[in-house]
Design a protein around this ligand. Structure first.
Ligand code: ZN
Length: 149
């Protein structure tokens, strides 16, 4: 009943997302500027913001990555300079990383979250994807597709 079947494997969706591409169709050009994402995929029509609060997930992903980098810089920095670590310098580098990493990772956090979300909640009629797109590159997937759509 209006449901489509995502036949794109999760690994493929993640690989596309890691290159800031649409997980469903693999098309790029989703960002007008580094942090300005188009509301829908210009190629297949996927509406990226699938539910209210959708981007909380990408925000969480971004925070996790940023914190991991910040902690890694601290741990590696102290380990390399022990027993006399340059605390002020490390703090300055970490402060820079805390700002730059979330900015740099932002578009990836968006596309990766869309892929993760699609892996957990399969593509639905309401996501706006043009009929046929989710099957385009997978000609043997017709078996799983519901009749009449
Ligand atoms: Zn697309």
């Amino acid at each position: 009943m209006g449901h489509t079947v995502v036949v794109v494997p999760t690994s493929t969706m993640l690989r596309r997302a890691a290159r800031r591409r649409c997980p469903v169709c693999g098309h790029g050009g989703l960002f007008r500027h580094w942090v300005r994402m188009a509301p829908t995929c210009p190629h297949c029509g996927l509406r990226f913001r699938r539910i209210d609060g959708h981007w909380l997930g990408s925000w969480f992903l971004n925070v996790c990555v940023a914190q991991t980098v910040v902690v890694a810089i601290l741990v590696v920095g102290v380990a390399l300079t022990y027993p006399d670590p340059p605390i002020a310098a490390l703090a300055a580098v970490d402060a820079g990383a805390a700002v730059l990493v979330p900015l740099g990772f932002f578009p990836f956090s968006r596309t990766l979250w869309v892929a993760i979300d699609l892996a957990m909640r399969p593509l639905d009629f309401h996501d706006g994807v043009a009929p046929g797109f989710e099957l385009e590159h997978w000609p043997d997937a017709g078996l799983g597709a519901p009749a009449g759509r």
